[in-house]
Design a protein around this ligand. Structure first.
Ligand code: SF4
Length: 350
């Protein structure tokens, strides 16, 4: 029912054609040494500080961290949708199917958005227009990216998309307010997937939903990923969601990736960044009811005035003198990477 291979439409520029044509590599997107700032008249917020991130074809990559860690800024940078007045990519590459998105002109980038990379936001209502039916809105997304389709084809595709996300096609004539929160998020996901993107970015897609509805939407996202082979960047603060949906994980803190690896590395590995450990300790454990949760004490450092050494040093129970003086290097074991002096020091001592 759903065409996995994207059609190259007429009049498409050679660069976009190349972007449509996946390179032989199994990597969909490769973010290299990305630095992003927000600049106002009085201060500079260092939101993303030299991150590397690779999403492999057909896999779901979880980006975890607390509010203000730089997760959404990373997603907006990939789509080149940072606020024009304040947001700036200082340095880095965002390589999609072998092409650096930061070098595309705005027309090409606009074509790439939706066609190649789509995004689902936290609040479905912000993505839906209350005065149009859901069918009209999904149809508009399809038409925008496939101008050659007839009205009949668009209508057929709208119905296909609604069935795909578990909504009766006959509901296409209804307005957003006639849908529950979970159903609205399904409509938004149908819109995002309607152009068969190669990468779907889901920014806290279930945070605004009830817990039971969250589970349904997550199961659906996972099922769609398995059926369509869409690669996914799942942004969340919830490690439970990562465990359920992701293949690879990166933990972000103060604009850096402090730990990354496969889901097994993060959930079953022995070595962890102290921040990741803190995140795990702050999750309720149903098997040990009497234990109190251990929140991570303190706050993230001020992004307008980041410390010279490790950004986590003020909150870290393992901090030593070197941690406040020198920024840590990366410890690497297979695909598992940890940004911490504890492990690089261990290596140097061996
Ligand atoms: Fe803690 Fe030091 Fe590692 Fe930072 S580098 S996480 S302060 S042990």
């Amino acid at each position: 029912m759903f065409k996995k291979k994207k059609q190259v439409t007429q009049n498409m520029s050679p660069v976009l054609e190349e972007l449509f044509d996946p390179a032989s590599t199994d990597t969909v997107i490769d973010v290299r040494d990305l630095w992003v700032e927000y600049q106002s008249d009085i201060e500079t917020v260092r939101a993303v500080n030299g991150i590397d991130l690779t999403i492999r074809r057909g896999r779901t990559f979880g980006l975890v961290g607390e509010t203000g860690a730089g997760k959404t800024t990373t997603a907006l940078s990939i789509l080149r949708l940072l606020p024009a007045a304040t947001g700036r990519i200082i340095k880095g590459e965002i390589v999609f199917n072998g092409k650096d998105l930061l070098e595309l002109d705005e027309n090409l980038m606009q074509a790439a958005r939706g066609n190649l990379i789509s995004m689902v936001f936290q609040d479905p209502m912000s993505a839906l227009n209350p005065v149009y039916t859901v069918g009209e809105q999904i149809g508009e997304a399809i038409r925008l990216h496939n101008p050659d389709l007839t009205e009949e084809d668009v209508d057929k595709k709208v119905e296909e998309m609604l069935s795909l996300v578990g909504i009766m096609p006959s509901r296409k004539v209804e307005f957003p307010h006639q849908f529950s929160g979970g159903m609205k998020q399904r409509v938004v996901i149908a819109m995002a997937l309607s152009c068969e993107p190669e990468l779907l970015i889901a920014d806290e897609p279930t945070t605004a939903l009830d817990v039971t509805i969250q589970a349904q939407v997550l199961a659906m996202i996972k099922d769609l990923r398995d059926r369509l082979g869409t690669s996914m960047l799942m942004i969340t603060h919830d490690l439970g969601i990562v465990a359920q949906t992701c293949d690879d994980v990166a933990v972000m803190y103060a604009g850096e990736i402090v730990e990354s690896g496969t889901v097994e590395d993060i959930f079953e590995g022995e070595k962890h960044h102290p921040y990741t450990r803190g995140l795990f300790d702050s999750i309720p454990d149903l098997s040990s009811r009497s234990e109190r949760l251990k929140p991570i004490p303190g706050l993230m450092p001020d992004p307008t005035n980041l410390p010279e050494g490790c950004f986590f040093a003020e909150r870290c129970p393992y901090a030593e003198e070197i941690c406040t003086k020198k920024h840590p290097g990366v410890y690497i074991e297979g695909e598992h990477r940890i940004l911490c002096h504890r492990f690089t020091k261990e290596e140097a001592d061996e």
